[in-house]
Design a binder for this molecule. Structure first.
Ligand SMILES: *[C@@H]1O[C@H](CO)[C@@H](O)[C@H](O)[C@H]1NC(C)=O
Ligand SMILES: [Fe+2]
Length: 441
């Protein structure tokens, strides 16, 4: 009708061109910072029974496990707690362990489960009958709930930056897909890592799974995961598992499965057998969301560790796909990548969203080299330090965002709405297929 374009339209087009060129320029000029040095921890002498390295984790329904270390091997494993500061009306007795590693002897590592606790409630507590009071908040029993997610932490200046960013966001629980301290056989570094994370890990539950840096295996001398298992006890007994290297938990109507990339996962392994039994217990009416974590990513278009997850994926992806897993979170690659819903190497509306979030800040630096062209299933990838936030808004919607350490905490460099497979019909569609796999011998 009107062959001459309106001046308004010209302006809009001009604006768009300008905006997109600004975006392009900003991306091109973004200078990636160098790795930062390992932090040094001044040695401060405290009474030997003083609680150190305090951290907490969920321990079955409405319970919390409090973990801390003392130099004194006679220090009691008791936790006093209550809902007002300094007024500890309840007390629980726990257990303790310790270990030797070459010339190193650990302190006494205390694990005390407390509860039953009310959801979404602040509790005040004290470890071993002395020392400072701490406080934590229990997660809510209902949506919304927010997970902070960061793997491959280590203990460098970048780790500190990641933790400072996480500290500024409102979250309920930390999910860690492996590689915690980067102690790498130097056992004292497990202690400094424990001190570094205490301000956050004593206030919100940290749910972790193991990475390659937790192995610390020495042929003929040391079994793997000795320090990790002693210090980061997760609710494996509470979830019917026989190993601290894989377990599950439920929180606010989400079923979370923590798998082990570094323990047997073939079809006849204990882990696989346990996984089938665990999936059989999942009721998607009760827990519409199903989230899985492990260390080595299955969908990774970075040259670093490319293909390392293939074997585990070949074994477990058919089962997890039949189970309609919504989101799988991994670490290992020191960069960030997010996929579309994907299965068996191609995007699939009933597949899982895979997120690699191994950019917590360890001493090895970032993984910059990507395979090109970017695979069809890969939606966003960038090598920068940062953390993720996964907000489960309700039974159908979740909001994922990625926050770079170079930006202020509220800045989101990547974000996406994820709708649940329970609401899209995938869960119902695959119900029979899943039962067939789960009930097969
Ligand atoms: C879930 O949250 C989304 C996003 O805020 C909203 O659009 C949707 O209506 C909510 N669904 C229910 C059942 O509340
Ligand atoms: Fe790793």
């Amino acid at each position: 009708m009107d062959p001459k374009p309106k001046p308004m339209m010209f302006l809009t087009v001009l604006c768009l061109i300008t905006i997109s060129s600004i975006v392009v320029t900003v991306e091109a000029e973004y200078v990636r910072p160098l790795p930062r040095k390992t932090l040094h921890f001044p040695w401060s002498r405290k009474a030997s029974s003083y609680p150190q390295q305090v951290h907490i984790s969920l321990a079955g329904d409405n319970h919390m496990r409090i973990t801390w270390t003392t130099d004194d091997k006679f220090a009691p494993s008791v936790v006093e707690y209550g809902t007002s500061p300094g007024r500890y009306l309840s007390v629980n007795q726990g257990e303790s362990t310790s270990y030797d590693y070459l010339f190193y002897s650990s302190g006494k590592i205390h694990h005390t489960v407390i509860g039953p606790l009310e959801p979404n409630t602040v509790y005040f507590y004290r470890c071993g009958g002395q020392g400072p009071g701490f406080q934590f908040k229990t997660p809510p029993a209902q949506f919304p709930i927010t997970f902070a997610v960061a793997g491959d932490l280590g203990q460098t200046g970048w780790t500190k930056s990641t933790l400072d960013h996480i500290d500024l966001c409102k979250y309920d629980l930390h999910l860690l897909p492996g590689d915690l301290s980067y102690a790498d056989y130097v056992q004292g570094k497990w202690d400094t890592f424990g001190e570094l994370v205490q301000p956050l890990a004593s206030a919100r539950p940290w749910m972790v799974t193991q990475g390659n840096h937790e192995k610390e295996y020495i042929p003929l001398i040391k079994d793997g995961f000795q320090s990790y298992n002693a210090r980061w006890k997760m609710p494996y007994e509470e979830s019917g598992s026989s190993s601290n290297l894989y377990y599950s938990f439920e929180v606010a109507r989400i079923h979370v499965i923590m798998l082990g990339s570094y323990t047997d996962y073939d079809k006849y392994s204990d882990q696989y057998t346990w996984l089938k039994a665990d999936l059989l217990k999942v009721d998607r009416k009760k827990t519409p969301w199903l989230v899985v974590l492990f260390h080595v990513p299955w969908y990774n278009s970075n040259r670093a560790h490319h293909g390392e997850g293939d074997h585990m994926m070949a074994t477990m992806e058919p089962l997890l796909h039949a189970a309609s897993v919504d989101i799988m979170l991994a670490g290992h690659v020191h960069a960030y990548e997010r996929t579309k819903r994907v299965n068996n190497g191609i995007s699939d509306p009933c597949g899982a969203v895979h997120i690699t979030i191994g950019d917590g800040g360890n001493r090895e630096g970032l993984a910059h080299n990507y395979l090109n062209p970017q695979p069809e299933w890969s939606e966003f990838r960038e090598a920068s330090f940062g953390h993720g936030e996964l907000r489960m808004v309700n039974s159908t919607h979740a909001f994922w965002s990625w926050h770079r350490n170079d930006d202020d905490e509220p800045v989101r460099s990547d974000q996406v709405w994820i709708t649940s497979l329970a609401s899209s019909g995938c869960v119902a569609e695959k119900r029979h297929e899943l039962r067939k796999i789960l009930l097969a011998p």
